[in-house]
Every structure is written in C-alpha cells, then in structure tokens.
Design a protein around this ligand. Structure first.
Ligand code: SAM
Length: 200
C-alpha cells in the first residue's frame, strides 16, 4: 500500500509524467525516465543538496538520464554524460545548453576527460552503479583520475534487503576509492549516498 507521502509525490509528478511521455515518444528512451521524475524520487533532491554543499566549480554527472540532478546543481561548469544517446537527446531538449550533455560511458573515461578538459570538483554516479561489479567501477574511476584530477565522488549503494538489483555494493567497497567523508540516507529506504574524497 502506498504511503500518503508517496501518493502526494505521485500527484505532484503528473505534469512531468506528461512532459517526459511526449519526449519519450519523440526520442524513444527507456520508460524508467518517464516514471521517475524529480518530485517522485526523493534521493535526487538529496543528491543535489549534498553536491551544493561543496560549492563546486565543475560538476560531472555520469549516467545523468534526462539531467534532472545535474540541471539543479549550482555550478558554473556542468556536464551530463549517459550511455544512451536517446536520453541525451531528451536532456538537451529539456535543458538546452545550460548543461553540456554528451553521450558517454564511465567505462570509457578517456573520452569523458577529453570533453571536460580540466579538473572535476564533483563527479556524480547515482542509481546505476548497482549495474556494474565494483571492480569495474574502480577501474573506470582510476582511468578517469589518471587523466584529470577528480576531487569528490558522489555514489550510492543499495540496501541488501531490497530485491531486484544486480549488485549490492557496500561502504567497504566504496572505501576502495578513497575516504568516505559523508554518508546520508537517500530518503527512499532503498539507497545510501556517499561522498568520497578520491585517492588520486
Ligand atoms: C536509472 S537511470 C538514473 C538516471 C539519473 N542518474 C537519475 O538518478 O535520475 C540510469 C542511467 O544510467 C545510464 N548508465 C548506465 N550505465 C552507464 C555507464 N557505464 N556510463 C554512463 N551511463 C550509464 C543509463 O543509460 C541510464 O540512463
């Protein structure tokens, strides 16, 4: 049964369901993006708040989807990358040039570093790292930090009692990347968000 808060979020999301549904018809991206707008998914707001706390100059979100998180972050240089070209087209249609959106894969960090072209204050990867074994994430992040300095990573881990995810990384896994400076709840009983000062 849905909670009152959940129903409230669902109702507030109706305009976004419509808008994103039209974009999906045009660009053909995955339905997840239509059913998961910002007002429906409390973790997105928490990610934005955590990142704004760093007052960053350059923020790069990998796996940005329609850009709902990156477009709300206050930073002069913002980049959004996603594997799926179709969702990147949707993000561009929604947000114009306020954020630099590109098709890109974290596992191909050379291309990402070349596009960003300088140090990254905050790198964001949320609600998809559970698709990869943690070894692949470590390799990909090392590939990026070899090419450009990256100060802080924001990454999530999924609670082990939530069924249906491919990988359940632990805070111990996340510590392989550097010092975990903060951990907060995603506000959804699904995930925790970690800020990691990356080892360079
Ligand atoms: C569930 S959506 C989450 C989107 C966004 N992070 C959010 O929370 O609103 C996951 C997105 O990650 C993208 N993705 C998955 N693996 C990726 C990778 N290796 N590099 C870049 N994007 C990836 C998918 O294409 C998809 O758009």
């Amino acid at each position: 049964m849905r909670s009152t808060a959940d129903l409230f979020r669902l109702m507030r999301s109706i305009p976004d369901f419509r808008r994103y549904g039209h974009l999906q018809e045009e660009f053909g991206f995955d339905h997840w993006h239509v059913k998961s707008p910002y007002r429906r998914r409390p973790y997105k707001r928490r990610v934005v708040a955590v990142i704004d706390g760093f007052a960053p100059e350059t923020v790069v979100e990998i796996g940005c989807g329609l850009g709902e998180i990156i477009c709300r972050i206050k930073a002069p240089r913002r980049f959004g990358f996603d594997l799926e070209a179709s969702v990147i087209e949707g993000a561009k249609a929604l947000h114009g040039s306020a954020v630099a959106f590109h098709q890109g894969d974290l596992c191909k960090p050379v291309a990402i570093a070349a596009i960003v072209g300088g140090p990254i204050d905050v790198l964001v990867a949320v609600n998809w790292p559970h698709m990869l074994p943690f070894d692949d994430i470590v390799t990909a992040i090392a590939g990026l930090t070899d090419r450009t300095p990256v100060r802080t990573l924001i990454i999530d881990t999924i609670h082990p009692d939530r069924p249906g995810y491919q990988h359940y990384h632990t805070v111990g896994d996340v510590r392989r990347l550097g010092d975990v400076t903060a951990t907060v709840s995603g506000g959804d009983f699904i995930r925790e968000l970690h800020a990691v000062r990356l080892s360079q």
